[in-house]
Design a protein around this ligand. Structure first.
Ligand code: MN
Ligand code: MN
Length: 306
């Protein structure tokens, strides 16, 4: 229902603005992720996925593991990516910020700050360019082309192997991938489609690669399983999150952290749940991102997470 999508978008937008104000030198990442997720619930939604806080060359899929001691530092390029759902209808949005206080750091040349700020602008221009092309009847290749042109104008590369996506009820990645680069893609958008557009810009090579860590998971399929503890964890996952991504942190009231960890590993090994690896830029380039969820209309689109 469009009302639920609109409400989810509104929640995301409000929480995003509040969360940005917290981002400063020394802030523990886990305080930011928990603030975002709790605020979404306070406003009448549920997190559609764990709040992602991905810093510098880390492009996506970092959320705090239990007991995370990592902090945000002055001069970091922080990508905050959050999602809320209302009755399974999802709003998904991301923003990038450069953390204040770098002026006082000896090892942080002003050129680096300028480049980071331009990266943030490039992702933002990529998103604007994409949004201005969207209407019923256009092909996805037109979006990819608009994004790539806007980002390369700044002298950077769009990240080719990260895409936007369609959204349907309880489904965060509902089949359509929205490109950020020029490619042949004849898929035509229809009125009423809801898509998340999320260009990433980098001063690296323009591709991301898996890191070994995974802190976000989602349920995939049923398979025979003998271990009682893992079965119990799985029942909990299916009833609470369906197919939406979740974090280990969300189970700590019900499960002891070490046993939880081994059960999640077992479920991943059996491909019952999918682990999202943390993604980093292939040549350790810095990465920026901006994202909105939009409703495709006959003559344009409506931004649901404005
Ligand atoms: Mn997102
Ligand atoms: Mn997204």
């Amino acid at each position: 229902m469009i009302e639920s999508s609109e409400k989810a978008g509104q929640i995301v937008s409000e929480v995003r603005s509040e969360a940005i104000k917290l981002i400063k030198d020394g802030l523990p990442i886990i305080e930011l992720t928990e603030f975002v997720e709790k605020s979404i619930i306070k406003k009448g939604g549920f997190p559609a996925f764990p709040c992602n806080v991905s810093i510098n060359e880390i492009a996506a899929h970092y959320t705090s593991p239990p007991g995370d001691t990592n902090t945000i530092k002055a001069g970091d390029l922080v990508k905050l990516d959050l999602g809320a759902h209302v009755n399974g209808y999802i709003g998904d949005s991301a923003i990038s910020v450069l953390v204040d206080g770098y002026e006082d750091k000896d090892d942080y040349p002003i050129e680096r700050a300028e480049e980071n700020l331009e990266l943030i602008q490039a992702a933002s221009d990529g998103l604007d360019a994409a949004i201005s092309t969207v209407r019923a009847g256009i092909s996805l290749s037109e979006i990819g082309s608009a994004v790539e042109d806007a980002i390369t104008k700044h002298g950077f590369k769009p990240v080719a192997n990260l895409t936007g996506h369609s959204l349907t009820q309880w489904n965060l990645h509902a089949g359509i991938s929205v490109p950020s680069v020029k490619e042949k893609n004849g898929h035509i958008l229809e009125e009423g489609d809801i898509i998340a557009i999320e260009p990433f810009a980098t001063n690296g090579i323009g591709y991301v690669t898996d890191m070994p860590q995974s802190y976000i998971f989602k349920y995939l399929r049923e398979r025979p399983l003998r271990v009682a503890h893992a079965k119990k964890v799985l029942r909990n996952i299916k009833s609470e999150f369906k197919n939406l991504p979740f974090a280990q942190r969300w189970f700590l009231d019900d499960f002891e952290v070490n046993r939880l960890h081994s059960s999640l590993r077992l479920l991943s090994q059996h491909m019952i749940i999918y682990p999202y690896n943390v993604l980093k830029e292939k040549e350790n380039g810095i990465v920026s991102q901006k994202e909105h969820t939009v409703l495709v209309e006959s003559d344009g689109c409506k931004i649901l997470t404005e």
